[in-house]
Design a binder for this molecule. Structure first.
Ligand code: SF4
Length: 232
C-alpha cells in the first residue's frame, strides 16, 4: 500500500469514527443496506421500461402511465391506454371513466388499493385514438411482465381493444363480454370500458351487463355476495 492510500484510509477511518461518535452509525448502516435492496419484480419491469421511446406514442405523451395498485392483487383491470387526465397525472383511470371504474371496484366490495390497474399501452394515443397494432405489439411485453409479477387470479379486460390485445382475437366487445377466456392459464373476463358505459348513459342496459360480468368475476374470487351494483 502506498503512503498516499495509507493516508487516505487513515482519514476515512477518522471520519467514520467521528460520524459514529456523533450517533450516525445507523444512518451509515442503513445506507449500506440501501445499496443491497433488490428490486421487486414489478419494479424490475418499470426499470426495464425506463423513459421508453420504443414506439411513436412517446412523442406526444407527458407521462408514462405504468400502472398502480396492489402488487399481489388477485384481480387485475386492464384498459386500453391513458387519456388526457391520466397523461397529466401519470396514473391510470383517474378521469371520469376512472371514477366509474372506482365505483365498479367498490361495487365488488373492494377498493382500488386491493386491485392492480394497468393499460395495454402506457402512453396516451393522440386525440384518444385507438392504439395502432405496432404500438400495442411494442408495449405489450411490459404489460406481460406486470401480469407475471402480480400473478392475478383473474383479469378484467376493459373494452374491445384490451380484450382483443390480451386474447389475440378480433371481435366486438358485445360478443366477447360475459364469458371467461383463457390467457396463459389466467381467466380473462372482457367487459365494457367505463368510457363506453358513460357514453351509453342513460341506457342502463350496458351497466347491468357489466355488473353481471363483474359478478361472475366475484364468484371466481369466492366473493359472490360481497357487493352491490346499485350505485354504478
Ligand atoms: Fe414505450 Fe409503451 Fe410508451 Fe410506446 S406506449 S413509448 S412502447 S411505454
Amino acid at each position: 500500500m502506498t503512503d498516499e492510500s495509507q493516508n487516505w484510509m487513515e482519514q476515512a477511518r477518522n471520519y467514520l469514527e467521528y460520524q459514529v461518535n456523533l450517533g450516525f452509525r445507523e444512518v451509515l448502516l442503513s445506507r449500506v443496506e440501501e445499496n443491497r435492496i433488490e428490486l421487486s419484480p414489478l419494479e424490475e419491469v418499470r426499470e426495464e421500461l425506463g423513459e421508453c421511446t420504443r414506439c411513436p406514442l412517446h412523442r406526444t405523451r407527458h407521462s408514462i402511465v405504468f400502472g398502480e395498485g396492489n402488487s399481489r392483487a388477485r384481480l387485475m383491470f386492464i384498459g386500453e391506454g391513458p387519456g388526457a387526465d391520466e397523461d397529466r397525472q401519470g396514473r391510470p383511470f383517474v378521469g371520469r371513466a376512472g371514477q366509474l371504474l372506482t365505483r365498479m371496484i367498490q361495487a365488488m366490495g373492494l377498493e382500488r388499493v386491493d386491485v392492480y390497474i394497468a393499460n395495454i399501452v402506457k402512453c396516451r394515443p393522440p386525440e384518444n385514438r385507438n392504439p395502432e397494432p405496432l404500438e400495442i405489439r411494442t408495449c405489450l411485453p411490459f404489460l406481460e411482465g406486470q401480469i407475471a409479477a402480480v400473478a392475478p387470479k383473474v383479469i378484467v379486460a376493459l373494452g374491445r381493444v384490451a380484450a382483443c390485445a390480451l386474447l389475440d382475437i378480433k371481435d366486438s366487445i358485445s360478443k366477447l363480454r360475459g364469458e371467461f377466456r383463457d390467457r396463459n392459464g389466467i381467466p380473462v373476463m372482457p367487459t365494457y370500458h367505463p368510457s363506453f358505459l358513460l357514453r351509453a348513459e342513460p341506457d342502463k342496459r350496458h351497466k347491468a351487463e357489466a355488473w353481471a360480468d363483474l359478478q361472475k368475476v366475484m364468484a371466481l374470487l369466492d366473493r359472490p355476495d360481497s357487493g352491490s351494483g346499485d350505485n354504478l
